[in-house]
Design a protein around this ligand. Structure first.
Ligand code: ASP
Length: 292
């Protein structure tokens, strides 16, 4: 994801997609709505947009299926909901929220999670809703070179949103198709509370993208929240520190955060990361490449 090699049309449509997600969240937050509703709305927009690796437009597994993971968390009571390996639910983030609010559980997986969605009237979608020719092509390219390292040249396309509302509550939501060519029921960090997603009003909200295995090993999202809550560092410094640690272990990726106090931000060790932020002072920013 570098300016020199990104097709200008892709650059434009990605920015438009990011702006649409921001607008969905702004509409809720500026009328006094909840951070939880804002992050769900933003992620729904991105799940329905085929450009991003979540919901519609997710990457394919090695077997040519689409298996989505998602998580949502709110920072007031630290309620959380997550799903993994979902195959027939249009918006996995909506399902994650239902798990949080309508079940005594935090994490449901596979056909059971889709079954929960049907039982609770959450919109279903058939496999062809999720599939795009570009993702199919990416799988074929990967399968054509089975010797290639698993995540060589991988572009991480997980979507996430974090927000703080006018009551001071924070929330985080993350949704992904995972990694192209994943198999054996592989699940990354995105739906794992504390790894790819975390929210705590005493610190802030965090959502991650990148090589999930590294984010799981470092409990990145919770570690950032813990360091902030304990006053070790502010959230930007804690996020930078975790990305540095990720780099040392060989992991690639990025983090977005909304702190309990201060302005939302991010850090990443890739050449670019789709991102955007807005606040009540009028800040509006959408960016792709490092240094923007
Ligand atoms: N973090 C996701 C995973 O490992 C991938 C991504 O960010 O695109 O499943």
């Amino acid at each position: 994801m570098e300016r020199a090699t990104t097709d200008p049309a892709q650059d434009r449509t990605a920015r438009a997609g990011l702006s649409a997600a921001l607008e969905a969240a702004i509409a809720i937050l500026q009328t006094g709505g909840h951070a939880l509703d804002a992050v769900e709305a933003a992620v729904r927009v991105l799940e329905d947009d085929t450009q991003f690796n979540a919901g519609r437009g997710s990457v394919f597994t090695a077997e040519g299926r689409i298996e989505c993971d998602a998580a949502i968390m709110e920072g007031n009571n630290r309620m959380a909901g997550a799903v993994a390996g979902v195959r027939s639910t249009r918006n996995p983030i909506v399902l994650a929220r239902a798990v949080m609010e309508q079940s005594p559980h935090v994490f449901l997986a596979g056909s059971g999670a889709d079954g929960f969605a049907r039982a609770f009237g959450i919109e279903a979608a058939s496999p062809d809703w999720f599939e795009t020719p570009e993702r199919r092509r990416q799988l074929e390219e990967l399968l054509a070179d089975p010797e290639a390292p698993f995540d060589l040249g991988m572009k991480y396309g997980t979507v996430g949103a974090v927000a703080r509302d006018t009551s001071g509550h924070v929330a985080a939501a993350t949704s992904t198709g995972g990694l192209t060519g994943k198999k054996w029921g592989r699940v990354g960090d995105s739906p794992i509370i504390g790894a790819g997603t975390y929210a705590d009003d005493r610190a802030g909200a965090i959502s991650c993208t990148g090589a999930g295995e590294y984010f799981i090993r470092l409990s990145v999202a919770h570690e950032i929240a813990a360091r902030t809550r304990l006053g070790v560092e502010d959230m930007q410094a804690a996020t930078n520190a975790l990305i540095d640690e990720l780099s040392i272990l060989g992991g690639k990726g990025g983090v977005i955060f909304a702190p309990a106090i201060g302005t939302a931000g991010w850090a990443f060790n890739t050449p670019g990361m789709y991102r955007g932020r807005a606040d009540s002072s009028g800040l509006r920013q959408v960016a792709i490449y490092a240094g923007e």
